[in-house]
Write a protein that binds this ligand. Structure first.
Ligand code: NAP
Length: 452
């Protein structure tokens, strides 16, 4: 039998587990899917926006995989912490596949990032998604009239949309009650989503972008002069050569180039060619706005500064400039790329494949792509693992890893514990007159999981 630990129960971890048990080359594979959190599904539970129910429903297919009899879910198990080192994990299993994602946000590296009211989009997403590590985050939304979101990716679109959405539309989601209450009391009327490059270079996908224009009570606007700065904007031949997604994005943005604010209670402005220079604050240490430098295309896809500045008022700034991998104690790490060095998924130590250690997902390739991108990524890694399986399976293991984890003082949440959390979230929702509502803190989650 080949016993494999998959660390991380987000899409890449679950796809790795699924590929391992569904292949026929190596019979008798058993997989434990470990997660630091008591709940499975990674960013599908804690990153996909609560109002994106269709993407959220992917949890159903991840669940089917985790319920396979050859797979065990073990939540509340931190790898790389005091109780369980990467070395010890490799003693307990023939192979370990790290699918730990890219948990940290990136900083802008400009003055003012420490001001009150400046947050990462990651923290905001974690908070409204009920991530237990974000339970103590405070967003002073009643005191905010205007918000700036820096970045032009899908996360920027998500946080812009959640800030602009009315709570009536969020109430049917599983958003934790404290976050829903804070958004209900929000004073936000204007959100500026600001990109340093041009409209044809936005990283958002068209479906997500277009959705901004469908929000009730929200005007969306673009500045025709900013759109026209993009060299492809007025050049149909160059526009036709763009990737389809960029071409469609341009069309959507063109449709929003309008005469100015309408009479909707809230307004989203999509701004381009503005590079962050400084976050401005008042004497009380709170953010009051953000200073940008107007940029211009440099002819090779980048931008150059023009020396012209523009300030945008804001009482809330969310930087949404991408995720970054976090080093895991005991695993090699390429700090420049924010990933674990690998060859076709085999972890490289000092340039050589480390026996029995693999990576998949964002910690392997960086924080790019949509959820489905993780499937081929996990397949490549598992295919490397299966090539090595003959040699790996020769080693005798010390017994059921679960006993060793418990002996180390860990209290794994097994699948019935997770089902108990789900049931408690359904009960919580019923008590609030809502559908299932997330429990947003460690104590609540572990309490709901029952005796461990
Ligand atoms: P992203 O797609 O990499 O976008 C990052 C944005 O930040 C880019 O617009 C980038 O601009 C900008 N940026 C980076 N450094 C900057 C700086 N110093 N100053 C100003 N702007 C800066 O990252 P993401 O939005 O975090 O998304 C991560 C991944 O998750 C993506 O693959 C995304 O598609 C996926 N995701 C998908 C969905 C969905 O499908 N609904 C939802 C959420 C996330 P430049 O282009 O100029 O570098």
């Amino acid at each position: 039998m080949l016993r494999v630990a998959v660390v991380g129960s987000g899409p890449s971890g679950v796809y790795a587990a699924q590929t391992l048990v569904q292949q026929r080359e190596v019979p008798g594979v058993r997989v434990d899917v470990l997660d630091r959190l008591p709940a499975p599904y990674g960013l599908v539970r804690y990153g996909v926006a609560p109002d994106h129910e269709k993407i959220k429903s992917l949890q159903g297919s991840l669940r089917t995989v985790l319920e396979d009899e050859r797979i065990r879910f073990l939540g509340n198990v931190e790898v790389g912490g005091e109780r369980l080192s990467t070395g010890r994990l490799l003693e307990l299993y023939h192979a370990v596949v790290y699918c730990v994602g890219a948990a940290r946000d990136r900083m802008l590296g400009i003055p003012g990032e420490e001001l009150i009211g400046v947050h990462s989009a990651t923290a905001f997403v974690s908070w409204y998604s009920g991530h237990p590590d974000a339970a103590a985050e405070v967003f002073d939304l009643p005191g905010v009239d205007s918000a700036v979101v820096v970045g032009a990716g899908n996360v920027a679109v998500d946080v812009t949309r959640i800030l602009a959405r009315g709570t009536a539309e969020l109430a049917p989601t599983d958003m934790p009650q404290p976050a829903l209450g804070a958004l209900a009391d929000s004073g936000v009327r204007r959100v500026a989503m600001v990109a340093r490059r041009g409209p044809s270079q936005g990283r958002f996908t068209t479906k997500e972008l277009r959705e901004l224009g469908t929000l009730p009570g929200v005007d969306v606007g673009t500045d025709p002069a900013e759109l026209a700065l993009d060299p492809v904007y007025a050049d149909p031949v160059a526009a036709a050569a763009l990737p389809a997604v960029a071409r469609r994005n341009l069309e959507v943005l063109r449709g929003w180039a309008g005469p100015g604010p309408g009479d909707a209670p809230r307004r989203i402005a999509l701004r381009f060619y503005l590079r962050p220079m400084e976050i401005l604050g008042g004497p009380d240490g709170r953010v009051t706005g953000m200073r940008f430098e107007r940029t211009a295309p440099d002819g090779s896809g980048g931008v150059t500064g023009t020396g012209v500045h523009e300030d945008i008022d804001a009482q809330l700034v969310l930087r949404s400039v991408g995720y970054r991998g976090v080093p895991l104690a005991g695993l090699p790490f390429d700090s420049g790329r924010g990933t674990v060095p690998h060859a076709a998924g085999r972890v490289l130590r000092a340039g050589r494949a480390s026996v029995g250690e693999y990576v998949a997902g964002w910690i392997k390739r960086g924080p790019t792509g949509v959820i489905g991108t993780n499937r081929p990524c996990a397949k490549e890694t598992v295919s490397s693992l299966l090539q090595d399986a003959g040699a790996l399976a020769r080693r005798d293991l010390p017994g059921d890893p679960l006993d060793a984890l418990r002996a180390a003082g860990l209290r794994p949440v097994r699948w019935p514990g997770w089902l108990a959390i789900e049931a408690a979230e359904a009960d919580l929702g019923r008590s609030l007159g809502r559908r299932s509502v997330k429990i947003p803190d460690w104590q609540g989650l572990l309490g709901a999981a029952g005796p461990l």
